[in-house]
Design a protein around this ligand. Structure first.
Ligand SMILES: Cc1cc2nc3c(=O)[nH]c(=O)nc-3n(C[C@H](O)[C@H](O)[C@H](O)COP(=O)(O)OP(=O)(O)OC[C@H]3O[C@@H](n4cnc5c(N)ncnc54)[C@H](O)[C@@H]3O)c2cc1C
Length: 373
């Protein structure tokens, strides 16, 4: 199991500007490039970039930005952000807090902890519950925001509490799981992005005597030759997920442009009964059988990757500086010289093509900053 590493390399430290509203201890840089702080390597500069290393610094920096009437963007690992080429005209607050505390099966992570490293350490300690979320980039504090999930697990299954600064109430609050409004790639934090800054996340993990949680994902079950809902060796599960993810370009590798992405660019569409029937009819016209998974409230989830591929956008699609990953149709990538506008042009082409072919509206998963699809 590896040693912790910084989220991403950042700009060189600079001095706070004269008359800076930010408190001592918080590092401030002016007109700082944001592209190097995102996994897409896209986006213009931040008017102010402040980096906070403790919860108190985070709260103080948020209060200062709010008091100065500055727009605020909270930044973790930049792995789920599409920032416009014009940059951000306010304060970007980089969360660089640290803290990994394990007490029995209870894990508390500071928001700035590297998620992939925390999973690695939890698995190393023999605890199950987040092993299938191995290799997902970004910070622990961002995981509740979009209820991070993969391979049949999502953080909503193990998060017990989220400690956050509530900007509206101007106080630190502890929200139990039931108050986080978790759903598929969504939460209270994503629904109300101006309100909460996550400081700490607590998880209830499981000591399953060296075994994983029950396997829920067909690809993983197939990999191990087990039936769904069976448990497998915990460390083998962790290693298998890392291998599967790497094969799809879903583990960061600076040398591999297929990983210069924000992961899945579109969420899997969740369709109501009428929408689903209309979609099935269009798919049948093309003699295609679409993947379908039951979702809550009589809805059906289908696969965005399948839709993109069948609408004619195969792996590697595109001839410009932004293309689909050569390993996965769901990842839009920067081949090195792209701008955010290049990426968005590709995203719009794909969204429109899928709508024309199947009548389904794809919705972006990453958070758009200063731009829209
Ligand atoms: C190669 C690759 C693979 C990926 N695979 C997956 C996957 O399998 N499953 C999945 O769910 N996601 C996946 N993602 C998306 C991404 O890694 C996750 O969404 C991750 O949780 C984002 O964390 P971050 O720290 O990078 O957030 P950022 O990109 O920095 O921020 C994302 C959003 O969260 C907000 N935010 C960040 N930190 C906080 C905080 N402390 N308090 C309040 N708001 C905050 C930001 O303001 C922004 O709105 C992948 C991304 C990449 C690049």
């Amino acid at each position: 199991m590896g040693a912790p590493r910084p989220l991403r390399p950042g700009p060189a430290p600079g001095r706070a500007g004269a008359g800076s509203p930010y408190p001592g201890g918080v590092l401030e840089e002016l007109d700082a490039p944001l592209a190097p702080l995102t996994t897409l390597r896209l986006g213009g500069p931040a008017r102010h970039l402040v980096t906070a290393h403790t919860d108190d610094e985070v709260v103080a920096a948020v209060r200062a930005a709010d008091a100065a009437g500055q727009p605020l963007l909270v930044l973790g690992g930049g792995s789920n952000l599409v920032i416009g080429d014009a940059g951000f005209p306010g304060t970007v607050l980089r969360i660089a807090t640290t803290g990994f505390a394990l007490d029995g099966t209870v894990l508390e992570l500071a928001a700035g902890e590297v998620w992939a490293d925390a999973v690695d350490r939890a698995v190393g300690a023999g605890l199950a519950g987040i092993e299938f979320l191995a290799g997902i980039p970004g910070s622990a504090g961002a995981t509740p925001v979009q209820n991070v999930g993969a391979y049949g697990q999502e953080v909503a299954q193990t998060i017990t509490e989220v400690v956050a600064y509530d900007r509206r109430a101007d106080e630190v609050v502890t929200l139990p799981n039931a108050e986080c409004a978790f759903s598929y790639r969504h939460s209270r934090f994503k629904a109300d992005p101006e309100r909460y800054v996550v400081l700490r996340v607590r998880f209830g993990l499981e000591d399953a005597a060296g075994l994983s949680t029950p396997v829920r994902y067909a690809e993983v079950a197939k990999h191990f030759g087990v039936a769904q809902d069976e448990r497998v060796d915990l460390r083998a599960a962790y290693a298998a997920v890392l291998g599967l993810r790497a094969g799809k370009g879903m583990v960061l590798d600076p040398a591999d442009h297929d990983t210069w992405s924000a992961g899945s660019f579109f969420t899997n569409p969740v369709l109501g009964p009428e929408q689903y029937a209309a979609f099935l009819a269009l798919a049948a016209e093309r003699e295609l059988t679409a993947p379908a998974y039951p979702a809550p409230d009589g809805h059906t989830k289908t696969s965005a990757a399948w839709l993109i591929d069948r609408a004619g956008f195969g792996k590697g699609y595109g001839s410009g500086p932004a293309t689909l990953s050569t390993k996965h149709t769901l990842a839009l990538t920067n081949r090195g010289a792209a701008t955010t506008e290049d990426l968005l042009a590709l995203a719009r082409e794909i969204r429109d093509g899928v709508r024309a072919a199947f009548g389904v509206e794809l919705v972006n998963e990453p958070v758009m900053v200063g731009v829209s699809l």
